[in-house]
Design a protein around this ligand. Structure first.
Ligand SMILES: Nc1ncnc2c1ncn2[C@@H]1O[C@H](COP(=O)(O)OP(=O)(O)OP(=O)(O)O)[C@@H](O)[C@H]1O
Ligand SMILES: [Mg+2]
Length: 405
């Protein structure tokens, strides 16, 4: 990407909408502006109120404009939600004993794509994991090899057509052109994972407000992704119900005192505001008792996902935990215990300019969208059927992401 081209990432999350503008300078991301606004139009990662979402997007963009005088016209947008599913597929074609060409590779990918997808779902990504030429497995780039049979082993990611359409509509209503839609687990991975981790095997888990995004990498590419519709908001709601508090106070109490670590008998007292006026003291262990089962439930679901995709045998670098809710006290230690893998907290690093202001796990998706934009060298022009155009690029972007094919 030419130096000086501005890129904007728009993370439309369940708790916040954030717009981040940056510029790639000599291989490092220079953050120029950040705008963030509370999000009220999403539930579990999906737009449920167009008007409220448009308003949040406009506020985030306005903050960027007011603080940096940068005008955002087009954005890379993240998509998540429990509707995102992925599964394995493969497709084989004959190559008649000659050299594998780009055309053969595309034919094999097309064959792998020929799977049944319900009408209300759309294939968002076809991600090549490896190729097999005759009996030789684990080939990353088969072009130029000779054989009689080429097989593409891929990961197919599907999502709800209406969920993606609604997200695009919100951006359009906020006068933003959507350059591309990027799966949020992939964006967060770009911002938090190291190349060596992706090569050797690692799992990225982004615990946000309404969703938990999972991405498993091996051999340098994505092997599996899914989105679980549970996040930090569920913990807040549990606290609100358990302690009979308004949601805002439950959120404050969670941020200030929330923990999944037993207090080892110290039984510290904490202050809560009941009905907005009366201050009451409760033992902090009450919070632990409310939060612990929900986090355990979430991590058990994640464990099931990791068992399903074979991460236990291959995630040598363990787990990178990110997203706002990864900040909950002791959650990394609990994840180590429940998942039985080493865990580190991941957040965007090595950024210049305003980089420090987004070096926080909650900005992993937003910064990852910038990284994705930077990889996407030329800005595609959107013509004709916008939704169709974006979906075509969504299917193709992985080629650029892997960059070696
Ligand atoms: N220090 C903290 N302790 C506990 N929870 C926290 C802390 N900081 C943030 N959170 C929680 O993180 C969640 C928000 O995370 P994030 O900003 O990554 O979500 P989002 O991107 O808006 O949502 P999603 O990705 O699910 O659509 C909220 O539930 C918030 O309470
Ligand atoms: Mg998020």
């Amino acid at each position: 990407m030419a130096k000086g081209v501005l890129i904007a990432g728009l993370d439309v999350g369940t708790t916040k909408v954030c717009a981040i503008v940056g510029q790639m300078i000599e291989g490092s991301m220079n953050v120029l502006a950040v705008g963030s606004a509370p999000s009220n139009g999403l539930r579990k990662g999906i737009v449920v109120n167009i008007e409220a979402t448009v308003e949040s997007i406009q506020k985030a963009i306005e903050e960027v404009r007011n603080t940096s005088s940068v005008e955002i016209n087009s954005v890379y947008v993240g998509v998540a939600g429990g509707h995102i599913k992925s599964f394995e597929s493969y497709g084989a074609v004959g190559i008649k004993g000659s050299e594998v060409s780009r055309v053969d590779l595309d034919r094999a990918l097309e064959a792998a794509k020929a799977v049944y997808v319900p009408l209300d779902r759309e294939v968002l990504h076809v991600i090549p994991k490896e190729y097999v030429v005759d009996d030789q497995e684990n080939i990353i780039n088969p072009i130029g090899m000779t054989g009689v049979r080429l097989e593409a082993r891929v990961q197919i990611v599907t999502g709800s057509v209406s969920a993606v359409q609604n997200l695009i509509r919100c951006c359009e209503k906020a006068d933003l052109q959507v350059i591309d839609i990027v799966l949020e687990p992939l964006a967060s991975s770009l911002a938090t994972l190291k190349e060596e981790e992706m090569k050797q095997g690692v799992v990225m888990i982004d615990i946000g407000g309404g969703t938990t995004d999972i991405a498993f990498y091996k051999n340098g590419g994505l092997a599996y992704t899914s989105v679980v519709a549970i996040g930090g908001n569920h913990i807040t709601n549990d606290i609100a119900i358990g302690l009979r508090l308004p949601v805002d106070e439950a959120e404050r109490v969670k941020m200030a005192y929330g923990t999944v670590l037993p207090d080892n008998g110290t039984d510290e007292e904490i202050g809560i505001m009941v009905a907005g006026r009366e201050r009451k003291s409760i033992p902090r262990s009450y919070l632990y008792e409310i939060i612990n089962p929900r986090c355990e439930e979430l991590l058990e679901i994640v464990r099931g996902e990791l068992e399903k995709c074979g991460a236990y045998e291959e995630a040598i670098y363990g787990v990178v935990l990110t997203g706002g809710a990864s900040q909950l006290k002791g959650l990394d230690r609990m994840a180590e215990a429940v998942l039985g893998l080493p865990v580190r907290i991941g957040f965007p690093e090595n950024l210049s300019g305003l980089g420090d202001s987004v070096s926080d796990p909650k900005y992993s998706t937003g910064v990852g969208l910038l990284m994705y934009g930077a990889q996407n060298e030329t800005q595609p022009v959107i013509t004709g059927d916008m939704f169709g155009g974006i979906l075509t690029r969504m299917k193709n972007w992985v080629k650029g992401f892997l960059g070696k094919q």
